[in-house]
Design a protein around this ligand. Structure first.
Ligand SMILES: Cc1cc2nc3c(=O)[nH]c(=O)nc-3n(C[C@H](O)[C@H](O)[C@H](O)COP(=O)(O)OP(=O)(O)OC[C@H]3O[C@@H](n4cnc5c(N)ncnc54)[C@H](O)[C@@H]3O)c2cc1C
Length: 307
């Protein structure tokens, strides 16, 4: 599909292959790929863009399956100009392209506890959109405010009420691009925070296939939803357990596999297509339902068209 696109100061690339930009290394091209120079560039572009053209903001693709036919949209990915991190007292302001791990480390240096972000491989925009969390802490716990550019180019701020955080989701308006985020964490000794992060990295490596190509947890834990987003930590019914109980640890389809190390992690063993990965996920959902009556809900987002 061809669109008439406004002029920009950043980079606009047609027919951009997205597979190299996702953790699972699959997926077809985006019609257009836009890397804005700054907030003004992004805002002017969106204001001038035909409202009928779909816009898809992406982070570092650690929670995405882009289907093999790609995306009929303008994919917006923030880069330089959106990855600064500033700490003042207990308050951290980060560009949406800043990696969670960098934010956690820089905050820890200044004695601010955002340690839960250290082992999540996304960027801050994706962390807000997904209400990312682990080890008992979630984005919702530390979130103060976000700057966004709405689909019509309006630059505005959203607070926690606007985003209505829930388990692994938020109410970000369609096509809105988060540009900067303000977070506030408890204060603690920097050394203590760095030690905790080192321990958490080791714990991940021991229990999850961190060296494989995955997108983290494939399905939400079937705990239901809570406004605090904490149910997944206290509920017994873990997705990996129901997958194991259905005999699906290690299950394969083409190059896709449910990890032997953690059965709720789906991995690309080398040559998987997006169709292999999504198809395997749907096989698992069906078999888990048939054996236990539990309907697993995807946590990985699937976007775009089949081949
Ligand atoms: C090994 C591994 C371990 C993981 N462990 C965890 C974990 O413990 N806890 C957890 O919560 N997640 C985990 N994840 C999943 C993933 O890292 C998180 O969901 C992360 O927050 C996604 O960020 P991203 O930048 O990769 O976003 P993407 O995957 O690129 O996008 C995810 C969603 O966010 C939206 N988005 C991204 N950036 C923006 C933006 N600037 N503005 C508006 N919308 C945006 C996209 O449109 C999409 O809807 C894991 C993933 C992997 C690969």
């Amino acid at each position: 599909m061809t669109y008439d696109l406004p002029a920009v100061r950043g980079t606009l690339t047609p027919n951009k292959d997205l597979s190299g930009l996702t953790w699972l290394r699959v997926g077809g091209p985006a019609d257009w790929f836009f890397q804005p120079a700054d907030v003004e560039d992004l805002s002017a572009f969106l204001a001038a863009l035909d409202p009928a053209v779909p816009v898809f903001p992406m982070g570092v693709g650690s929670n995405l399956i882009v289907r093999d036919g790609g995306l009929r949209a303008v994919v917006i990915r923030l880069g330089r100009g959106f990855n600064g991190i500033e700490v003042e007292g207990d308050t951290v302001t980060a560009g949406a392209a800043a990696l969670d791990a960098h934010v956690a480390r820089k905050a820890a240096d200044a004695g601010v506890d955002l340690t839960f972000l250290r082992t999540i491989p996304g960027a801050i925009g994706g962390a807000v959109r997904m209400n990312a969390g682990c080890y008992g802490s979630y984005m919702a716990d530390v979130f103060v405010q976000a700057h966004v550019v709405l689909r019509d180019g309006t630059v505005t701020t959203l607070d926690a009420g606007d985003l209505n955080f829930q388990y692994r989701q938020s109410a970000l308006p369609d096509g809105a691009v988060l540009t900067h985020v303000t977070l506030r964490g408890p204060m603690a000794e920097p050394q203590e925070l760095h030690t905790r992060m080192t321990d958490q990295l080791a714990k991940r490596d021991a229990t999850q296939p961190t060296k494989d190509r995955s997108a983290g947890s494939t399905f939400r834990n079937p705990a239901g939803f809570s406004s605090t987003g904490k149910d997944d930590d206290v509920h017994d019914l873990k997705a990996w357990k129901v997958i194991d109980d259905a005999g699906l640890r290690g299950a394969r389809r083409g190059g896709a596999q449910m990890s032997e190390k953690h059965s709720n992690f789906m991995i690309n063993t080398g040559q998987a297509t997006a169709a292999d990965l999504e198809g395997l996920g749907e096989d698992v959902r069906k078999k888990v339902y048939d054996s236990s009556g539990i309907t697993l809900e995807w946590e990985i987002m699937r976007v775009g068209d089949p081949a």
